[in-house]
Design a protein around this ligand. Structure first.
Ligand SMILES: [Fe+2]
Length: 252
């Protein structure tokens, strides 16, 4: 005899979560409900306990990945609860990892003029690398630091040119970044051509970013043409984007 199956929502491959800023309840609830194969936190994690403790209840339900944001270096606790967590090796920054069948590249952090303003000519870059900055600091330079024997804590969330350039030769399906890509020139939007150029160099078909605390569908909002080489989305704080897009769910 036919017995109807209870409705089960399709299981997303990937779910991207906007800046948690210490609140993991929406992430845990979404993972328990949708059971995605993997999740990616888009920076500004600011865990109040080590990240693996915050997400302990869902560690066995999904793969957990992240990039860092500018606020993840605000305090020693912000830094330690991320980079000192058992999940520290899940930071996608500066590399490509195959996750749930997608090659996912990560670029955490933000552009800071004291390190690298991508709108400036390359000859004006103050520090190409963390090593350059540390040499400057240890020689008594005027830039702040050192911190724990290295560069100052704040600049652990700055984007350095050498790390960006090292990604140019890689290939990926997806780029996750804390900073936003550029929009059409006439649009008011705090995005960066450097993010768009990296996505194009990687061959990525999807860019997902945090930082702006706003759900943005770039094509839908006229920020990018439908024929752009990649789709782009911003994800709001406390919200998520499920991928593939046909399975978009949640409070967007
Ligand atoms: Fe941010």
């Amino acid at each position: 005899m036919f017995s109807p199956q209870p409705f089960l929502p399709p299981r997303p491959k990937l779910m991207f979560f906007g800046d948690p800023h210490g609140d993991f309840k929406p992430i845990i609830a979404a993972v328990e409900r949708y059971r995605p194969e993997a999740i990616v936190l888009l920076g500004d994690v600011q865990a109040r306990q080590p990240l693996h403790v915050e997400l302990q209840s869902v560690r066995d339900l999904t793969q957990i990945w992240f990039i860092h944001g500018n606020h993840d270096t605000d305090t020693d606790a912000d830094y330690d609860n991320l980079w000192g967590s058992e999940l520290a090796d899940r930071n996608l920054h500066g590399r490509v990892v195959e996750i749930a069948g997608y090659r996912v590249a990560g670029l955490g952090g933000v552009f800071r003029g004291k390190i690298w303003n991508p709108g400036e000519p390359e000859a004006n870059v103050p520090f190409r690398s963390r090593a350059d900055m540390l040499r400057h600091v240890t020689r008594g330079g005027t830039v702040e630091g050192p911190w724990r024997g290295g560069i100052t804590r704040k600049h652990h969330s700055s984007i350095f040119l050498d790390e960006y350039e090292a990604m140019i030769g890689l290939e990926a399906d997806v780029l996750v970044s804390h900073e936003a890509p550029a929009a059409a020139p006439a649009m008011r939007h705090n995005g960066f051509a450097a993010i768009s150029e990296l996505a194009t160099a990687l061959g990525a078909k999807l860019v997902v970013h945090g930082h702006h605390h706003r759900a943005i569908d770039y094509v839908h909002e006229g920020l990018m043409p439908a024929g752009a080489p990649f789709r782009a989305f911003g994800v709001d704080m406390g919200s998520h984007l499920a991928w593939p897009l046909t399975e978009r769910m949640g409070p967007r």
